[in-house]
Write a protein that binds this ligand. Structure first.
Ligand code: UT7
Length: 326
């Protein structure tokens, strides 16, 4: 319990789902003017998983089931579902409702969060506050993306960067410390540096003609990402009076290995203490942190009692961090 008598929220299960199809940098070099060397050097990416017809909801459902199994709960114990996605199955209903139905449960709140690559941390923030104020006891937070659907496969500047996948966590009310603090932010003045410029209320014809693609001013985004990751780490540590050397694991959004390495340097963390999946998954937006978390939990690197720092940055710009006792 916290000092005020309210429960903590604690991660009790993690899960992941990656599409079976793997596309390497060499595969991409067959269809566009790029090379394995360029992609590895500039991004750290070696390969990515891409869907062959699966939806974000399909991937999110499997990730959710894996997290539920690890938590050892009955699905009907879940009383809040938040899905972070920029590639929902349908305009509406939300992918959270679609997954809710496929889990065979009904009645609890279920909604999507649109905060691009920061969506999972936004979802964790909402669910943690719901649990601590008694609005929910068991929350399912899913990041699920099929970014290959909004990538322009004729634009080498963006096509090589993204992948598909889903990750999930079960968050439960607990007397034990878990989520220590979350910090979410946005600055819409940077909205046009990284966007899909069409949407339902503007440019819908372009969407229907499948010409709605990710556009990015990569270099400007890169610089802002590095600076913001530094400031959000300081904000999170200062808010909790924690020294950077107390962090056991950095679990960052996986956009670019150079951005991740810069964040680790600022924290004085060796790369052995940073969970990196960008090489295998590329950038899966809202799915990248729960995918990285699940990989490190299942291979035994992250264990009970470890102090984790999640950091995300993405379109909007949005950004967010969470300090979590696992
Ligand atoms: O998840 C949300 C947040 N997103 C990010 O954080 C992404 C941030 N940005 C980045 O990661 C990097 O800016 C990129 C990886 C996108 C690009 O790396 P860069 O070092 O900023 O390269 P650049 O865009 O300045 O391009 C350098 C050169 C250009 O050629 P010239 O003009 O120097 O002749 C590009 O045309 O690399 C060229 N280039 C490529 N060459 C081979 C761009 N894409 C490719 C490619 N293969 N795929």
């Amino acid at each position: 319990m916290t000092d005020s008598g309210a429960p903590h929220s604690r991660i009790t299960g993690t899960g992941a789902c990656l599409p079976a199809r793997v596309v390497t940098n060499h595969d991409l070099a067959q269809i566009m003017d790029t090379s394995d060397e360029w992609i590895r050097e500039r991004t750290g990416i070696k390969r990515r998983h891409l869907v062959e017809g699966e939806t974000a909801g399909d991937l999110g459902l499997v990730a959710a089931k894996n997290a539920i199994e690890m938590a050892g709960i009955a699905p009907d114990a879940i009383d809040l579902i938040v899905v972070a996605t920029t590639t929902p199955d349908k305009v509406f209903p939300g992918t959270a409702c679609i997954i809710q139905r496929r889990l065979g449960i009904g009645g609890c709140a279920a909604f999507d969060v649109q905060a691009a690559c920061s969506g999972f941390v936004y979802g964790l923030d909402i669910a943690d506050r719901q649990i601590r104020t008694g609005g929910a006891r068991v929350a399912l937070i899913i990041g699920a993306e099929t970014l290959s659907k909004i990538v322009n496969w004729e634009d080498r500047g963006t096509a090589v960067l993204f992948g598909d996948g889903a990750g999930a966590v079960v968050l439960e009310a607990s007397e034990q410390e878990g989520v220590i603090s979350t910090h979410i932010h946005a600055d819409g003045r940077y909205a046009d540096l990284l966007e899909v410029p069409q949407g339902i209320s503007s440019g819908y014809d372009a969407v229907r003609a499948e010409r709605a693609f990710i556009t990015m001013q990569g270099n400007a985004v890169f610089k802002r990402a590095v600076a913001t990751l530094d400031s959000m780490a300081r904000e999170t540590l200062d808010a909790n009076g924690i020294d950077r050397h107390d962090i056991d694991w950095l679990v960052p959004h996986q956009a670019n290995l150079r951005i991740i390495a810069a964040a680790a340097r600022k924290l004085d963390l060796p790369m052995e203490r940073v969970i990196v999946t960008v090489d295998e998954h590329a950038n899966t937006s809202g799915a990248s942190i729960p995918l990285a978390l699940d990989a490190a939990v299942r291979d035994g690197r992250i264990g009970a009692g470890d102090l984790l720092l999640f950091e995300a940055f993405g379109a909007g710009f949005t950004w967010g961090s969470a300090l979590v006792r696992f």
